[in-house]
Structure formats: structure tokens, C-alpha cells
Design a protein. Structure first.
Lengths: 324, 324
């Protein structure tokens, strides 16, 4: 059996070095974020920039559109790049743009970033009213055209609503369980169980604000959390979505948090005296850390099938069912 | 003392006939809707269209910017036209556009139309999470630049939040009390009392879906409702916002309800077998109906000062305090 390695969330400052790193780590597919706050025209520009990168680095990467491209990447020793949005801003207020962004290659779309969107509530809002009237319609349309609903940054009720409303399984591409580290962005046991029961996937995050002890999180602590999560929902629903933001200047995390919604500075998961991108843990400075996780999972008792599932095959199977 | 007549909400299919009607009814100021679903660029186009109307019909109308323009309109026997939005779509997701739309002449902005917006919850949503994180920031900015917060189409908690958060009184430009006609768009006693206690205004609506018995509502029933509302909150907080949509084709009400948020037809306050603009009651077919309301209010016992307040002076005082 072929084993795939998939990192189901990165937002790096893309360069030849980063693409080489992913290949050196044998990463066959990466789901990359191409929108946080961008509207439709701005996303078109980002897609055009990616086409330029595909052209320039064609020996390392290409545009992934279906699960077949993950197989192709493995065969050709390249990385298939799948597009996704961390917000619904690219469809603006127009349900007809769902099909347009799918035509451009978007295969994942979060219904919200941290704030309330037109579709659902983000995890930083005080109150969560769930999936909205427009949200219900857009979920139907995403199901129809084949864009996966991603609730990584959404609030609890909104996420449970999305699982219930969607006719297809949904994803949480990058987050961790809150039983391990109770951050706003992490997910409750109830939500994780509902996600898994509906056939969905969670990509565990390596972003320090989502980790117990942050940048000082130990590999053992992370892998013990993976084991507990597997006990809770079954290891076949678990993958990796590292949320790696390598080589990004701090202005980018400031823009992620503030977009153009506030004139008062928001520090998101950080704080005024800790506003920068956090430092990655030593054992996951980049995707070569997949090798450390492999060892760590073995050390906490996982077998090879489960380890390969978590490091890529589970995402591959999800893509095979729903991005095809 | 000068008495003003103000209709604080119209969305007619603008023409010389409509402008003449308003002058024949001695309407000194009209707050006109220039956006339901339009984004910033689309609103710029609507403003340009209005400048063309101001030019073409300069003997009847002009662009109102402050309360002084209401005085000027009275003196010159014209109608001052004030711009407002029934949604926050013109500011898109950018707080910096609040000042830009004020520069274009916007003096009222609803935080929502019927659906959830980025700022607050509309009255047609199942759950109301109140004013959002971005909503709080935008209210501050609207207070700063001088745009009045209008909660006509917003849900209850969102409206109560807006009253509490705003440092200036807010408006409900066109709606009726739900004690009289329990429609989703009408307002509870609690909300009306909070509005008035904070110095806000409600413009009573003549749109049939907001009226008891719809198109067959009697003048007496309407004026009795005005008397009860005055008992509840004081007549000085009451004006008229007729919501007249004269000469509009039914395609317009369909667009108001559906915008581009759904592929399934939504009928809003209507229904599949009653999808059109409803017929105005006989005693308020157009703004000449202000004369009927004047008689009706006298018949239910209002004195002249209160009647002139309700027909325009109360809105004039509100403009004098907050649009200056």
C-alpha cells in the first residue's frame, strides 16, 4: 500500500526553499490558504500569483484539483498544492461566487475566520448564533459544487450546525482538542465526536498558540494528546494541518488578526507584549517535523497503519471521497 | 414656530411626479434609501445617479446634508433629500469606508437588513447574537463621523446592544410596535422604551406588511396605535418613516428580499401567493396621506404641538442634534 504525507494547512511566505522543504519531508499534498480577508478580485490575483509559482517551480509543485493529483505528486516526487480560504470573504455576499471560486480551484472554505461572517460565527465572538440564513444556502451550494466546509476558526454552535446541515462530511483543517489546551481556537469533545460521527476530519495543528505550553510544548505531550484524541473519535478521523507560517513577517499576523474590521489593534491569540508570530517548537520547526511526529506516535503506542493514516492517508481517503 | 414635515424613509422609483407629490404634500425632507445590497462601488453609482436627479430637478429637490438643509428646503419650497442605507453592505468589510460613505452624504445606516450582517443580526434570522466584534468598532466609527445607527430591520438583542453601545441616540427609521401588529419587522415595548430612554426616534411605517390588517388597515386603527405608542414612550420620540415604494416594479421587492444570498426564492414579509409589493391603504396612497394622519391624530385626541412633532418636528429636532 502506498502511504501519503499530507499537510492540510500551511500559509508560508512561499519560496523555492519552502517548496524544497516540503519535498524533502516527502509531503505529497499541501492545502494552502489563499484568502483570509480577500474579496473575489483579490483572490483572483492570489490565484494568478500561484499560477506564476506553478510555472516557475514546476519541478517541485503543481496545482492540485482532485485526489488523483496526490497520487500524481507521489509518483512525480512533487507536492500538489490545494487552494483553500480561511474565511468566506471571497464569495462576498453572492452565493453565485461559490461556483466561481470552485472553478478557480478552491477546495476548502471556512465559513468564518475569527469574527462573525455572513455565514456563521467565529470563535472570537461573545455570542454564537450558529449558521445563518445565507450560511444554510451556501452550505448547500458548497455541497453541490464540491467545496469542503472547514470550521477551524468557527464557534461551537456554528460548527455543530454546519455538521448537521451539510450533506457531506466537513473538516476542521487545523485545530486541536480543548481537553488538552483550552484555547478559543481548539475544539470541545462534543464537537470532535459529532465531527467524526459524520465522517469528518480534524487536522491537528502545530501552531504554538494551539499547543499546550506553546512553543515549549513537548513532542511527547503532543503525541499523548493524539492518542487520547484517537481514543475519543478514532484515529481514522485525525490528520495534520500544521498551520505553518514560515518566513512570514509579523505584519502578516497583524493583518490576519485585524484585516480592516477594527481601528483598535486586536492581538488575537497573542497579546500586546507578545504580538509576533510565535516560535515553532524545536521538534516541528518545519515539515521535516513529520518525522519526529512519526517517532513520537510510535513511542506512545500507535501502530504503523494508524501512524501513516494520521500523517497523510486519512486525509488522502477524505480527498478521495469528497475532492474527486 | 415653524413646523416641518419629514418622511424619514422612502424608496420610490424616483421621478418628477414623485418629487412633485412630496412638494404638494409639503414634505421638507425625505430620507431616501440608496442601498439594500449594494457594495461600495455600486453605491457610488447610486450617488452619481442622485446627483443627476438633483441637477435635473433642481427646482424640486436638493441634497440634504445637515438639519440646516431642512430649514432651507422649507424656505425655498423644495424637498431636501438625505441618503441612507438599509444594510451595511456599502462598507463591505472595511471600517475605513464608514468615513468614505459619510463623505458621499450617507447620514443613516442600518447595521443589518433582514439577514445576519458582519455587524449585527437581522430580524429574519432564527438566533440573534447581538452586535458583533466588528459591529462594536463600526458603531464607534459611525458615532465619530456622524452617521446615525438605524435598526429598522435588526433583531431585538442586536437593537438593544446598539442602543447601549452607541454614544449617541439611534433611530428606527421605519417600523411599528409589535403590540399592535406582531410582525417580525415590528418592535417590542421593551425595545421601544429603551430606544426612547436613550433619546432615540422611531419613524412609524405605512408599509402594509407592518400594519394591522395590512392594506385594509384603518386610519383610526393606525392613529390609536400612535396614541398608545405615545403613552408608552412619549410622543416626542415618534415620527413618520412611511417606507413608500411608489411606482416600483415587483422585481424590486424580489431583489430586496433575495439579493444574491440565496438560490431558493425568499418571500420575506410576503408569501408565494402574495409576492408583490402590497397595495397602500386608501388613506395613505402617497405622502398626501400626511394630511389624513393629521386629521386622524386630532380625532384620537392629540394636540397640535404633538401632531406637528409626529409629522416632522420631532425628526427635525433629532437631525438638529445629530446631523449637524
Amino acid at each position: 500500500m502506498t502511504n501519503y504525507r499530507i499537510d492540510n494547512l500551511q500559509y508560508c511566505n512561499w519560496s523555492e526553499d519552502i517548496f524544497k522543504m516540503n519535498r524533502n519531508a516527502h509531503i505529497d499534498a499541501v492545502h494552502v490558504t489563499i484568502a483570509y480577508h480577500e474579496d473575489f478580485d483579490e483572490v483572483k490575483k492570489n490565484v494568478a500569483d500561484w499560477h506564476s509559482l506553478f510555472d516557475k517551480f514546476s519541478s517541485l509543485i503543481f496545482h492540485g484539483k482532485t485526489f488523483h493529483d496526490i497520487e500524481k505528486a507521489k509518483q512525480e516526487n512533487k507536492t500538489a498544492i490545494f487552494f483553500g480560504f480561511q474565511n468566506c470573504s471571497p464569495i462576498e455576499d453572492d452565493i453565485n461566487l461559490v461556483e466561481s471560486v470552485h472553478d478557480m480551484g478552491a477546495v476548502f472554505m471556512q465559513l468564518t475566520y475569527n469574527n462573525q461572517s455572513l455565514l456563521a460565527t467565529g470563535c472570537y465572538e461573545t455570542n454564537d448564533s450558529g449558521v445563518t440564513r445565507m450560511g444554510k444556502e451556501v452550505i448547500k451550494e458548497m455541497n453541490r459544487v464540491g467545496i469542503i466546509i472547514d470550521m477551524s476558526h468557527s464557534a461551537e454552535k456554528s460548527s455543530l450546525d454546519a455538521i448537521e446541515i451539510s450533506e457531506k462530511p466537513i473538516a476542521i483543517t487545523h485545530a486541536n482538542p480543548s481537553f488538552w489546551h483550552n484555547a478559543k481556537r481548539n475544539k470541545s469533545n462534543d464537537l470532535l465526536k459529532a465531527l467524526a460521527e459524520s465522517g469528518g476530519m480534524i487536522g491537528l495543528s502545530l501552531y504554538p498558540h494551539h499547543l499546550l505550553d506553546g512553543s515549549n510544548c513537548s513532542l511527547e505531550s503532543f503525541c499523548t494528546m493524539v492518542a487520547k484524541t484517537a481514543e475519543l473519535i478514532g484515529s481514522e478521523h485525525i490528520g495534520i494541518g500544521s498551520d505553518l507560517c514560515l518566513d512570514q513577517p509579523d505584519s502578516v499576523v497583524d493583518w490576519m488578526r485585524n484585516g480592516s474590521w477594527t481601528k483598535t489593534k486586536d492581538f488575537g491569540e497573542g497579546s500586546s507584549d507578545n504580538a509576533s508570530f510565535p516560535k515553532q517548537p524545536e521538534w516541528f520547526k518545519d515539515t521535516l517535523g513529520f518525522n519526529n511526529i512519526e517517532k513520537g506516535l510510535k513511542a506512545v503506542g500507535f501502530n504503523d497503519v494508524d501512524i501513516n493514516g494520521i500523517l497523510g492517508n486519512n486525509w488522502f481517503n477524505f480527498y478521495k471521497n469528497f475532492i474527486n
